[in-house]
Design a protein around this ligand. Structure first.
Ligand SMILES: Cc1cc2nc3c(=O)[nH]c(=O)nc-3n(C[C@H](O)[C@H](O)[C@H](O)COP(=O)(O)OP(=O)(O)OC[C@H]3O[C@@H](n4cnc5c(N)ncnc54)[C@H](O)[C@@H]3O)c2cc1C
Length: 412
């Protein structure tokens, strides 16, 4: 009979390694299944606010870049964020997690199917191998291999097209990071009637910059050709040419997929568990914050009862990962996302100007999902109170169109 692991984690992206590390830290016998080796470089670049890393007691050494001068443009003038932002050194971050995963048994292959019994779950791979564990954690990304969720037709995507390279003039000030540049004077009136996009820009040092035209969220996704055209037009209007393209980033991921079916006998984590923040698209900080509590819940269920079924263990995991408070906040964020997607350029700029004028603890807590439900509601009401009339009207109109989400927040 094949070995029965305590836990089988599917995927070696950030979600897979974070949850595998948490389970290993708690002394569980962990296996992992992914099509690539665990050391395969991650394709994406991950950004995070530096104080989020500090709050997790993680070393700033995990960052490859760290900016103190962080601004956005929602109006003619710059909004100074007065908060440091960083980009992970992907290799260091991955190695930090892999060190904690030293006891993992790695398997290469794709998860294809899963069957549950009272004692364990068995995952079949594309080569026909069966791997058995007391609980399976699906961390195979936004469109998971095994985890089930309801269908949704009008999924909103964050989309971005960016260039890392050399430019004829620096697109930003030396040592600067631009979170969102929504200025759009370079577009025609017709283009300005289309969904707004912003530029995410940074000085990477040694004459290299990253410039990325981004659509925060839209259904259907804004095409890469549109984003590329807008990026080129924005640069041209500033008299900037791209001299050398070292890397092209094409970013596309869903922002509002339904939550997974929480009666399943497996657990999903990361993109597979719809953990992307619906109003920002960030997820790495959330996985690092929520990994320990999920790891602890799984370890306690497994160690607490040697006969606990996958269904029982999964139940404890789901109740921790998506507890009532989290569910409520999730629906409030989805409401916010739907409101934002209906805002045209001027209203969106007014919205963000107001949002970033809230106390930093409110806007930072909103973005990191570290506020309690009560604090979140307080921040949203405070924002409504301070916002100009066009934003208030847009939010009220959204209550008409998406009030069901507010109702779900109450009913959760
Ligand atoms: C270009 C880009 C930039 C982003 N930037 C940021 C950012 O700056 N900050 C932030 O917080 N978030 C960011 N995100 C959002 C989010 O954090 C990422 O999408 C993140 O990679 C999701 O992590 P994950 O581990 O859930 O999924 P993934 O990173 O997609 O990893 C999935 C893993 O599952 C494996 N897998 C897939 N199918 C199977 C299968 N059948 N069997 C076994 N294994 C399988 C894959 O090989 C992979 O190892 C970004 C996303 C993109 C696309």
């Amino acid at each position: 009979m094949a070995a029965v692991f305590d836990a089988l984690v599917i995927g070696v992206g950030p979600a897979g390694l974070i949850i595998a590390a948490e389970l290993c830290d708690r002394g569980l016998k962990v296996a992992n299944l992914a099509p690539t080796v665990a050391t395969a470089p991650w394709p994406n670049t991950y950004g995070i606010w530096v104080d989020e890393l500090e709050a997790l007691n993680l070393s700033p050494e995990l960052l490859e870049h760290h900016w103190r001068n962080c601004v956005s443009y929602f109006a003619p003038g710059a909004t100074q964020h007065q908060r440091d932002y960083g980009l992970f050194d992907k290799t260091k971050f991955q190695n930090y997690l892999l060190q904690r995963c030293a006891s993992v048994t790695w398997h290469q292959g794709k998860a294809q199917d899963i069957e549950h019994s009272e004692q364990h779950s068995a995952v079949t791979t594309d080569s026909g191998t069966a791997l058995t564990a007391r609980i399976v954690i699906d961390a195979s990304g936004h469109f998971p291999a095994l985890s089930q969720r309801p269908q949704k037709s009008d999924v909103a995507y964050q989309a971005a097209y960016g260039v890392v390279g050399k430019f004829s003039k620096p697109p930003v000030e030396p040592g600067q990071f631009v979170l969102m540049d929504f200025r759009a004077e370079h577009l025609t009136d017709a283009e300005r009637q289309q969904p707004p996009t912003f530029s995410y820009e940074m000085d990477l040092g040694n004459g290299i910059h990253f410039v990325e035209e981004t659509s925060l969220a839209y259904a259907p996704a804004i095409g890469f050709d549109v984003l590329k055209g807008r990026m080129e037009k924005r640069l041209a209007a500033r008299g900037i040419e791209i001299l050398e393209e070292q890397h092209i980033e094409r970013c596309l991921f869903p922002m509002n997929l339904p939550l997974p079916d929480r009666s399943q006998s497996l657990i999903a984590f990361g993109g597979a568990s719809s953990m992307v923040h619906p109003a920002s698209g960030y997820m790495v900080g959330a996985m690092l914050r929520r990994g320990p509590e999920l790891g602890a819940a799984i370890a306690s269920a497994i160690k607490g009862d040697p006969n606990a079924s996958p269904q029982t263990i999964a139940h404890q995991g789901w109740d921790t990962l998506w507890n009532r408070d989290r569910l409520r906040k999730h629906y409030l964020y989805l409401f916010g996302l739907n409101a934002l997607m209906g805002f045209e350029e001027a209203r969106l700029n007014h919205h963000f100007s107001t949002f970033f004028s809230l106390p930093q603890s409110s806007w930072a807590g909103f973005l990191a999902d570290t506020l309690t439900t009560q604090e979140l509601v307080g921040a949203m009401v405070g924002m409504f109170g301070q916002a100009p009339n066009d934003v208030r009207w847009g939010l009220m109109r959204s209550v008409g169109g998406h009030g069901d989400l507010l109702w779900q927040a109450v009913a959760a």
